[in-house]
Design a protein around this ligand. Structure first.
Ligand SMILES: NC(=O)c1ccc[n+]([C@@H]2O[C@H](COP(=O)([O-])OP(=O)(O)OC[C@H]3O[C@@H](n4cnc5c(N)ncnc54)[C@H](O)[C@@H]3O)[C@@H](O)[C@H]2O)c1
Length: 411
């Protein structure tokens, strides 16, 4: 039986870790403490789950008193590094939510601390457990397209899902590192995992023309906005998500002043809503990637062009499609119509990943569990892209990861 302490008692912390630990993994895991800068949210975990779970606002005190085997980090992205490193220094292993962190200096601190202390950090990339992506991974690992020469990759977030990033702390670069870190870390990790390769060089462009101060009719937040009756993006914090958001955020606002229904057209928003970039990989593949956070529909489209043909995959309108074109142009469709989505968060990927985290695993043939190297390579593309946009140049990942992985300097 391992003991776990969690820092960051928000949505992900409560419903993806604390609740499952006490309800589904009682035989394997014990939650010994929860910490948050917001004492109300920290306390809420025990109250909501009706368990005696000690709540802290002082992380060091929690570590001293509870001496957990493992610390789970589910704070805002920009705070991951301080807790990962403190936990490692205190002799704990760490499970951290993606993104591992948000910039190159904090990434270096994590890599250095992990090496020096010898304790282990696992980065939770739940997309690696989604059936659709597992199928793509298996096809590529079986060599369906042979050597991969190029990848064309597009993510579309609609104006419900995409907009929600602009209501929350994510919309401030200092918190999330931008969508290129916060959101695209999932996408870049999948690309690295699919290709079984590591990125070398990135060139990127980004703009924001849909959200931010692009219209006159705007307020500070939806709750007291004079335009709430006419705005198509009005968001009712009292009723959304069955009252969960009211309980977790609105009822805790008085402690830290954070509100979760910020106007999408606020002038404090400083992240891009459209990005486009190119990546060169170590084994020679090139990738074009774009992210759109204001699409009329949700979709992921990825195409692999290889020695044996072309694999086209997309999941528009909830229909998963995989087509393979051989060198003669013959098309074979891999039938996904009978694949049932598994129950549980994120298409069943969260429960599958939690089983691995809390019950352990002996075999991992598809390499679904990710370490700090995978964490660094996925945010590495985002960090390089952020630098590329800011400095208007192509950026090598070896500029900030080369000291840890000297082989990167050869490319
Ligand atoms: N893998 C996934 O699919 C997935 C999905 C959602 C969120 N996440 C990740 O989980 C993390 C939490 O996201 P969320 O949606 O739960 O956000 P949230 O805003 O609901 O929760 C974040 C919590 O962290 C706390 N916090 C912020 N700064 C802190 C600090 N310095 N010290 C201690 N606590 C601090 C906040 O008070 C809040 O309770 C993020 O890193 C996010 O990227 C991952």
């Amino acid at each position: 039986m391992k003991t776990y302490a969690l820092v960051g008692a928000g949505y992900r912390g409560l419903w993806s870790y604390c609740e499952p630990i006490v309800q589904d993994y009682e035989d394997a895991a014990r939650l010994v403490g929860v910490c948050d800068i917001n004492w109300k949210r920290a306390r809420l975990v025990g109250e909501y789950l009706r368990r005696d779970i000690p709540a802290y606002t002082d992380f060091d005190q929690m570590l001293r008193e509870k001496k957990p085997d493992v610390v789970i980090v589910t704070t805002r992205d920009c705070a991951h590094e301080q807790y990962i490193c403190k936990a490692l220094e205190a002799g704990c292993d760490v499970i951290t939510e993606k993104p591992m962190t948000t910039d190159d200096a904090m990434c270096a601190h994590i890599l250095e601390t992990e090496r020096r202390t010898g304790h282990r950090v696992t980065v939770t990339f739940n997309c690696r457990f989604m059936d659709f992506y597992v199928k793509i991974k298996e096809l590529l690992a079986d060599g369906i397209v042979g050597d991969i020469f190029s990848v064309h990759y597009e993510w579309l977030l609609d104006t419900s899902h995409g907009a929600d990033y602009f209501r929350r702390w994510h919309s401030i670069r200092a918190n999330s590192g931008s969508l290129l870190i916060h959101k695209s870390t999932h996408h870049f990790d999948l690309a690295n995992w699919f290709l079984d390769d590591e990125p070398v060089k990135v060139n990127a462009f980004g703009t924001r023309r849909f959200y931010g101060p692009v219209r006159k009719e705007r307020g500070e937040r939806c709750r007291d906005c004079p335009y709430r009756r006419s705005c198509e993006f009005y968001f009712d914090i009292d009723t959304e998500d069955g009252g969960r958001l009211k309980m977790l955020y609105k009822d805790c606002e008085d402690v830290d002043g954070y509100f979760r229904d910020r106007c999408l057209f606020s002038d404090v928003i400083d992240i891009e809503d459209s990005v486009s970039l190119n990546v060169r990989y170590a084994k020679g593949a090139v990738m074009s990637y774009s992210l759109t956070a204001h699409s009329p529909y949700e979709c992921m489209k990825i195409v692999f062009n290889g020695a044996r043909g072309r694999l086209e995959c997309d999941n528009a309108f909830g229909v998963e499609t995989i087509r393979f074109y051989d060198r003669d142009g013959q098309c074979a469709t891999i039938d996904r119509s009978r694949v049932r989505q598994r129950p549980g968060g994120h298409g069943g990927s969260d429960p599958a990943m939690r089983d691995r985290l809390f019950r352990g695993w002996t075999e991992d043939p598809l390499h679904q569990m990710a370490d700090t190297r995978a964490g660094a390579m996925s945010i590495g593309i985002g960090i390089a892209a952020n630098k590329s946009v800011k400095e208007d140049r192509a950026v090598y990942l070896s500029e900030f990861l080369g000291d840890f992985y000297p082989e990167m300097k050869q490319h």
